[in-house]
Design a binder for this molecule. Structure first.
Ligand code: ACM
Ligand code: ZN
Length: 777
């Protein structure tokens, strides 16, 4: 202790009397798994420090060059790189760490040297990333003090992926390299490159030149949102672009240098209009195809009954495997309608020849898709590669033990795969689709596909579902986020969608869950922001505002409001409804409110004030009380389940925000809330969501029953709701009923669903019914 005080004093003296000195800080993102401060004399990095590595190790030489580059960029220090130096004042790179995880590293700082030792050169590279992120923010040149430390680190998951769709919008090679740089900064080791889709084929294939001559160019692009802006209009401007095989080789090498494996995705058999536009003979009808100019799922797909299709696939994957050394090749498999196969004589003949018959679960056409997937898997297996497919590949009923399932429609696909001992990668849209909005107020966000996915929700995603045993969990290879670009046309917009959600993802991927904590993450994140700034990356700034967490007090009679802002920002708040200012209470610990009340708060970052955050408590007689659901929610939309209905967090206009519970419109919702004791009640309020593009309609009626004994219920009130029309925006629709005050212990709420009206594509089927917060007063 004394010693550490002594060294601190030394540092202060150095700071006050000498040239500029700044201090490194190991509290970075993703948080290393073990940081031990050794309280010895620090290391002082100056322009005489040498970066050294064993001469024979060319990969470490490259690592050394990265390190030198980062120091130049971030703190304007140009250090010499000299192999095999054995002296003081060195950063010593090596790859001799004995560790079973090849990406593990240790970083030791002593007064004489900094040693970064990886289990492989990749591990050393991650140690260098940690070192880089520990550098001080300050732009001034000068000595940098590194507190003595021992960091021992290795990733939680071996698969840490990030995806990019370059079909919907093409991004040039230069930007793809920058994207790879961003992934490296976040310790990501797989880049899933979505190279083909209906709207454009983006990779040169020598044997099929028309794929890029025809398939890489669309005549124009939809203006506005596919579902919200009707009738559709188009921009009249052709959009195209592709990577030559030389570009691909250059990018693959660029990624390899950063220990990133590129997994190419050739999406088949659906999402192939760009193929059919180039080679119409590969479709079921063989004519009238064009590269898609709008988004969605199209009925025209590769013909599964045509032998040419299989030759095509064999040829394509021949060239793909020559270009990409990745052990994993992604074959898509998502969203493939079977409409054309049902009426195609060739497809039907194939079904007959293969003797595919419905088994009650899998239609012959679904099994035909399974057959294609199996064929491609065999093609790739011969080349020593393994396939990854979107979770639909589970549906064909034929996938082999070796196929890897990418769980995107939710977590169910990944869980089912792990349970049957297929490996899985978790990428559920509700937590990891970075094309969703980062801010709740969509009027302040760029045009997007919709929904609400804030950084916090990404951060809180846990890839190992509770229901998996330890043994089954081993089949979850890791985690990935996806970035689809229907609505993203520019690098700057793309970076905005990516950052800082990628930082949250990196901690999910790298850091042990026991070390994760959102407020700690936010305090560390501002250091990463300064790297974003220095590198010129455009990132979303919502975190400079305030986010909140509402939890019950231990007696459940009140609430605790935890407020967050990024970095060292200060939060000031009021609880009396007055506007907050720097003179208000400074936030240090969660605010406790007994029941009703209002919190208003602002965050201040270097003299910049955030917008006012306001929380009005809706604490009521049902809050935190037991809820029994008499109707099961739809398993895909259960989210937090019954307790979400009384947790005083209201659903936003995004059905995936975790506050809603989704039911079938056929069953509606029925719930009983036990108030714990008899209470006088005179109103019940709830909300159902209106999200017409997603087939979610508000409830059509509400009925409230009360009971004193939990057995005999009497009707207290009922009400029909207003009917929505095509123009009703996406929003929660409140439903409220009042009645003569009665003493009741149990309250039963019945919400009826809606049959989708004739003007909607889903006409005459039951809509989804999404319900949130039930307030009893
Ligand atoms: C997907 O989002 N269609 C995989
Ligand atoms: Zn066909």
């Amino acid at each position: 202790m004394l010693r550490s005080i002594f060294y601190s004093i030394c540092i202060i003296i150095m700071i006050s009397c000498h040239k500029t000195v700044s201090k490194a800080d190991y509290q970075i993102v993703p948080l290393p798994n073990s940081i031990t401060y050794t309280n010895k004399k620090p290391f002082v990095l100056n322009n005489e420090t040498i970066i050294t590595y064993p001469k024979s190790d060319t990969l470490l030489k490259k690592d050394a060059q990265f390190l030198a580059q980062y120091l130049r960029e971030l703190v304007h220090l140009s250090l010499d790189i000299v192999p095999d130096v054995q002296s003081d004042n060195c950063i010593i790179l090596s790859s001799s760490l004995k560790h079973q995880q090849k990406e593990a590293y240790e970083l030791h700082v002593t007064s004489t040297n900094i040693i970064i030792n990886g289990a492989t050169q990749a591990g050393t590279f991650y140690g260098i990333q940690t070192f880089r992120k520990s550098l001080p923010h300050s732009l001034e040149a000068g000595d940098i003090v590194f507190p003595s430390v021992s960091i021992a680190d290795s990733p939680r998951f071996g698969y840490r992926g990030m995806h990019l769709d370059v079909s919907r919008h093409f991004f040039p090679t230069k930007f793809v390299k920058e994207y790879i740089d961003i992934l490296a900064l976040h310790n990501i080791n797989y880049f899933h490159w979505h190279l083909t889709d209906d709207q454009g084929w983006r990779i040169e294939i020598k044997k099929y030149p028309k794929l890029t001559e025809v398939g890489a160019l669309r005549s124009e692009t939809l203006v506005g949102h596919l579902l919200k802006d009707k009738p559709h209009t188009f921009d009249g401007t052709p959009h195209g672009g592709f990577y030559t095989q030389e570009d691909i080789k250059e990018i693959v090498k660029y990624a390899q240098d950063r220990y990133i494996t590129i997994i190419p995705e050739i999406d088949i058999p659906g999402h192939t209009l760009s193929v059919l536009a180039a080679y119409p003979e590969l479709g079921c009808t063989g004519e009238n195809y064009q590269v898609a100019t709008k988004w969605g799922v199209f009925d025209d797909v590769l013909c599964a009954g045509n032998d040419q299709t299989y030759t095509f696939l064999e040829d394509i994957f021949e060239e793909i495997t020559e270009l990409f050394p990745s052990n994993y090749i992604h074959i898509g498999g998502d969203e493939c309608p079977k409409t054309k196969w049902k009426s195609c004589p060739k497809c039907q003949a194939k079904i007959k020849a293969l003797q595919l018959v419905s088994d009650g679960v899998h239609s012959p056409e679904t099994q035909l898709q399974g057959f294609i997937v199996q064929k491609v898997e065999q093609i790739l297996k011969k080349k020593g590669r393994e396939i990854i497919g979107w979770d639909e590949i589970l549906e064909g009923g034929l996938i082999s033990r070796d196929a890897i399932v990418m769980s995107w429609r939710g977590t169910e696909g990944g869980i089912a795969a792990a349970k049957q001992h297929n490996r899985a990668i978790m990428t559920p849209h509700h937590s990891l689709y970075f094309d969703y909005n980062q801010g709740e107020d969509i009027t302040k966000e760029p045009l997007s596909i919709g929904e609400f996915l804030p950084v916090k929700k990404v951060y809180e995603y846990e890839p190992i579902a509770n229901e998996l045993t330890n043994e089954q969990s081993q089949y979850i290879l890791g985690v990935q986020a996806n970035l689809w670009t229907e609505y993203i046309k520019t690098p700057s917009h793309l970076e905005y969608m990516l950052l800082p959600r990628l930082a949250a993802l990196s901690e999910v991927q790298w850091t042990d869950s026991s070390r994760k904590e959102y407020s700690s993450f936010l305090s560390r994140l501002s250091r990463l922001f300064s790297i974003y700034q220095k590198e010129g990356y455009n990132f979303a700034k919502h975190l400079y505002g305030i986010s909140s967490e509402i939890t019950p007090t231990t007696d459940q009679k009140g609430i605790q409001i935890t407020l967050h802002t990024v970095g060292n920002g200060k939060i000031y708040y009021t609880t009396d409804g007055t506007p907050p200012s720097e003179q208000s209470n400074c936030y240090t610990t969660p605010i406790v409110m007994s029941s009703k009340g209002t919190v208003k708060a602002i965050a201040i970052h270097k003299d910049t004030l955030s917008e006012v955050f306001e929380y009005i408590s809706i604490f009521n007689k049902a809050t935190y009380k037991p809820v029994q659901l008499l109707v099961e929610p739809n398993p895909k939309y259960t989210f937090a389940g019954a307790k979400a209905l009384v947790d005083i967090k209201k659903g936003s206009s995004s059905y995936i925000d975790g506050n809603w519970v989704g039911f079938s419109g056929r069953t509606g919702m029925e719930a009983i809330i036990d108030l714990g004791e008899s209470k006088d009640i005179s109103s019940v309020k709830t909300s159902t969501l209106c999200d017409i593009p997603n087939w979610i309609f508000p409830g059509s009626s509400i009925q409230i029953y009360g009971s004193e004994n939990g057995k005999d219920y009497s009707l207290l009130a009922e009400k029909e709701s207003k009917i929505v029309d095509e123009k009703t925006p996406i929003q929660p629709i409140p439903m409220e009923v009042s009645f003569v005050s009665k003493s009741m212990r149990y309250v039963k709420i019945i919400l009826k669903g809606t049959i989708i009206p004739a003007w909607h594509e889903g006409k005459n089927t039951p809509a989804l019914l999404f319900v949130d917060e039930i307030e009893v007063n």
